[in-house]
Write a protein that binds this ligand. Sequence first.
Ligand SMILES: [Fe+2]
Ligand SMILES: [Fe+2]
Length: 407
Amino acid sequence: MNPIEQSLNENKLKLIIEKMGHLHHIRDINALLDSILYETRKITNADSGSIFLVDNDKLRFSYVQNDTLFKNDLLCNKYIYSNQEIEINSSSLAGFVAQKGEPLQIEDAYNIDDSLPFQFNVYFDEISSYKTKSIFVAPLITSEREVVGILELINAKDNEGNVISFSEEHKLFVMQFTNQAAVAIERALMLQNIVLRMIQIAELRDPEETQGHVNRVGAISIELYQKWAEKHHVPKNEVNRYKDILRIASILHDVGKVGIPDHILKKNGKLTPEEYHEMKRHTIYGARLFSEKKNDWEKLALEISLNHHEKWDGSGYPGKIEDFSLEEYEFGTGKKGNEIPLSARIVALADVFDALINKRAYKDPWEEDKVLYHLKSESGKHFDPELVDIFFEIYSVVKAIQNKWQQ
Ligand SMILES: [Fe+2]
Ligand SMILES: [Fe+2]
C-alpha cells in the first residue's frame, strides 16, 4: 500500500469509528437498521442492501434500501413492512451465513459455485426486474458470539456506476462496522422489549391496547411524520433523530390507562358521564408517568400521552392545565390547531384510524370506505387537515403496516 492509499484508509477508518460511536446513540430498532444499512452501503458503494434479524429461530426480513428500485421513499417504506421469513439453514445465502456465523462473498449471484449448498433466490429479482450480481453477506454477531441477524449488501459499484465485486478492504470495513452494529441492535431490541413489556402490563388491564394496535400506531406515526418533515424541509439528521424517539413515545400513548380503575376500564356498555370523566384522566396519568423527563423520548412520551385526545378545533381534552402534577386540577379549555404538539396531532390520527379499522371488544371493524370517509370529514375538526392529506398520500404504506401487525 502506498502512502496516499494508507492515509486514505486511515481517514476512512476514522470516519467509520466516528459513525460506529454514533450508532450507540440510536434507540429505535428501525432507525438503527436504517443507519447501519446507510453507512455500510456508503463504505462499499453498494446499490442495495437489507437486514434480517433473528426472531424465534428464523430470520425475519427487517429493513431494506435500494437506490435503483426505490427512488421514492413511499415504495421503499411499503417493502419495509413486508413479512418475509427465512429458515436458518444452508438452503439460502442468508440462512447459511446466520448458521455458520461467517461472512460470505458472491461474485455473481447467477453463477454460484456448485460446491456451495445454496442457490441464489431469484424471486425478488423477478418480481422487481432488479439484477443482482455481487453480494456480500455479513453476520451480525454480539460480543457474546450470538448471531442477532445478517446484513446483505448487493451490487458494489465503481465510480462510473459499474457493478463490481466487493473488495477485501470493503469486507474488512463492513465486518468492523457490523461488530459494533450487533451490540447496538441488541441494545435497541432490549429497549423495544422493555417498552413492549410495559404495553403487555397495560394490556392486562386494558385489552384494547394490544401489541398489534400500539405497533401499528407507532409505525403509522413514523410514516406520517416522515412525509410531514419532507414537506417542511426538515434536515435529514433532525428527521432521523425525531423518528428515533417518536416510535417508542407513540407506542406508549395510552399507558396512563393503568391508572384507571377496572370497573371503568373493563365496563361492558356505555360509561356514565362521571366514569367517562375519570377515563379522560388517562392522559394526565400518562403524562405523570413521564414527568421526570430524564431523556428526550420521555419528554416526547409525556407530550403524546397528555395531548393525544386534543382536537384541532379545540373541542378535545384535557385542555390547558396549569399544573397536572397537583392532586386537584380541572380540565382546561381545549388546545387548538398548532397549540397541540405535532407528535400528538400525528398520534391522534393514527390511533383513531387504527381503532376504527380493526375489531375491538365493543365494536366490529368499520368498513374501509366508512373509515376513510370519517377521517376526511373530521379533517379540520378532530384532525390536523395537513396530516389527513398526508395520510391519504401514504395510504399504501399504511395498508402494508396493517398487514404486518394483524391483531
Ligand atoms: Fe387515549
Ligand atoms: Fe390507542
